[in-house]
Design a protein around this ligand. Sequence first.
Ligand code: HEM
Ligand SMILES: CC(C)=CCC/C(C)=C/CC/C(C)=C/COP(=O)(O)OP(=O)(O)O
Length: 311
Amino acid sequence: MTIAFSQYWQLTKPRVVALIVFTAIIGMFLATPAPGLPSFLPPWRALVFGSLGIWLAAASAAAINHLLDQRIDALMARTSHRPLPTGSLSSRQVLLFAIVLGSVSMLLLIVFVNGLCALLTFASLIGYAIVYTGWLKRATPQNIVIGGAAGAAPPVLGWVAVTTHHYEYALLLFLIIFVWTPPHFWALAIFRREDYARAMIPMLPVTHGVQYTRWQILFYTVLLVLVTLLPWIAGMSGVFYLGGALVLGAVFLYYAIRLLKPPSEAFAMQVFGYSIWYLMALFAFLLVDHWLLPGLAGAAAPAGIEFQPVR
Ligand code: HEM
Ligand SMILES: CC(C)=CCC/C(C)=C/CC/C(C)=C/COP(=O)(O)OP(=O)(O)O
């Protein structure tokens, strides 16, 4: 019983999905007026059912990823211990699990949140589970750049769970995760390139070589540092966020430059590990900044404009 639970839990990619839900929740908070105004907590239904619905949809997408990738997962050292390659769960069980999670997610979002949030969440689920996993991943070395759109969507999903007002700010959050994805993934792909070569998956380090991939990581990291300035330039975030983004970005740049001539083979995995802390910290800075600067409430909900949850 406990073993079965842990196998199903593993299907949901719990740590990846935890960070995804974290960015969605930050999206909800940033869409909500800051302290000092009548309500600084997102509407409770968006917070509770929105987070739960987005979590279940991402977990369902992750389970479908396991299902469609079982043949290649069996060929790769990093993934060969997963429930399908080891035979501890059957394809039927995984499919059923994914359908249940996805259906409950849609039900919660449609009934308790709103149709737009449900629609965009469903599009993200399909984007990752079918478009990326079933097609792009095997088709082009730009797979994770294009497929990254699904993983970048959660702050937008969180935002529209609360309101469509100033949705352009949510698009800035989307852009940050979208540009973050290539350095995040390619660092790991460099270290795991033999896995991908064995499974014949056209990841950039396999098709274009390690050095080219390192330069691409540096290119996207520079772009990322520039893109993270946008929330401040657009007036969504203040100098507290700006300071945090600059420090975090400087460290990321240091890692990306060092990766051009790495001290060891394992250094790429340090860059990968940092990318995760980076995103978590950047979004934490966005939230604290939003709370520290009540003046910004004007940015999220300008005077005279009613705070309107989408229904
Ligand atoms: C197309 C986009 C993405 C690709 C290809 C990708 C790829 C990967 C891979 C291959 C791993 C290693 C997983 C493992 O060994 O089990 C990983 C780990 C991770 N990813 Fe991503 N990722 C993407 C987007 C995201 C997004 C959007 C987030 C969160 C906002 C995220 C957060 C994480 C976290 C937290 C881990 C560490 C998981 C752990 O330690 O168990 N990733 N990613
Ligand atoms: C509804 C919604 C918000 C969906 C979110 C989509 C989602 C779960 C994105 C995560 C991205 C991810 C872990 C990609 C790795 O897949 P991979 O197949 O390249 O990695 P693997 O080899 O570890 O399976």
